[in-house]
Design a protein around this ligand. Structure first.
Ligand SMILES: [Zn+2]
Ligand SMILES: [Zn+2]
Length: 261
């Protein structure tokens, strides 16, 4: 399974990072997770392009995770790649209905399947997925992804069972690390440095503490959802985490790919 970070930014752009989007590929299966502003451009830079996406899975409905959905729909319509599934938590259908009401000319342009998902296990676009609710200001799901068929690939030194976990937007808490136990990769929200007073997102110290105190193990942690406040602060943020957690922690950046098997 290959993970590509399409967008590692947040609701406040820096010019360096698009808003949230992760691309998962395994063989011919392609799943986009979240579709914030800029993600459509990020997709256009990949070899498969935006036409290759089989399904979009949303963690939650904040704008920095959904705002490129309709630009993606229009690009798909114009490219003739009209078949697409969009899945997400409760009220994803209402969100899309509302957007189609506003952008009336987009109605019936796509062969769209809409699915609402909840905590537990489900399959989507060739991936086996588990979901758990996280701690954010609106209902948000974290996901654990495993490829249904392991098509192999370079492991690049990452240990774990070959699965990838994405936290969505969330505070750090022990049950989420347990949810990621044994995964090769945990992609975790790390929106701000320690000196920003924040709720609904973690700080490096709080994330490090939860990772360090957990009995669970993950192969590697990638930090994402980075606000401008984190610019130039990466070393200090890694020191905060490293002081209480001795695992492999790195910053994600747009365009980065990681292969796990
Ligand atoms: Zn959010
Ligand atoms: Zn967000």
């Amino acid at each position: 399974m290959r993970l590509t970070f399409l967008g590692t930014g947040s609701a406040m752009p820096t010019g360096e990072r698009f808003q949230t989007g992760l691309l998962l590929e395994s063989g011919d299966d392609t799943l986009l997770v979240d579709c914030g502003s800029g993600v459509l451009h990020g997709l256009a830079r990949t070899s498969g392009g935006y036409e290759a996406v089989d399904a979009v899975l949303l963690t939650h409905h904040h704008l920095d995770h959904v705002s490129d959905l309709f630009p993606l729909f229009k690009a798909r319509w114009l490219a003739g790649a009209t078949e697409l599934t969009v899945a997400g938590p409760t009220s994803t259908e209402a969100l899309l209905d509302g957007l189609f009401d506003v952008h009336e000319y987009m109605q019936d342009r796509l062969d769209l399947t809409i699915r609402e998902v909840d905590e537990g296990a489900f399959s989507l676009a060739g991936f086996d997925i588990a979901a758990t609710e996280v701690r954010h200001s609106m209902r948000c799901l974290a996901y654990r992804f495993a490829a249904e068929d392991d098509h192999g690939g370079d492991t690049a030194g990452v240990t774990g069972d070959g699965s990838i976990v994405f936290s969505g937007d969330t505070e750090s808490f022990p049950e989420l690390v347990e949810f990621a136990d044994g995964a090769a990769i945990l992609v975790h929200d790390c929106s701000f440095p320690d000196d920003v007073d924040v709720s609904n997102h973690p700080t490096p110290s709080s994330l490090g503490r939860v990772l360090g105190e957990a009995d669970s193990e993950v192969g590697r942690v990638y930090l994402t959802h980075l606000y401008p406040h984190t610019d130039g602060r990466h070393e200090g943020m890694l020191d905060s985490i490293g002081g209480v957690y001795d695992g492999d922690v790195r910053f994600a950046c747009d365009g980065m790919t990681v292969d796990v098997s």
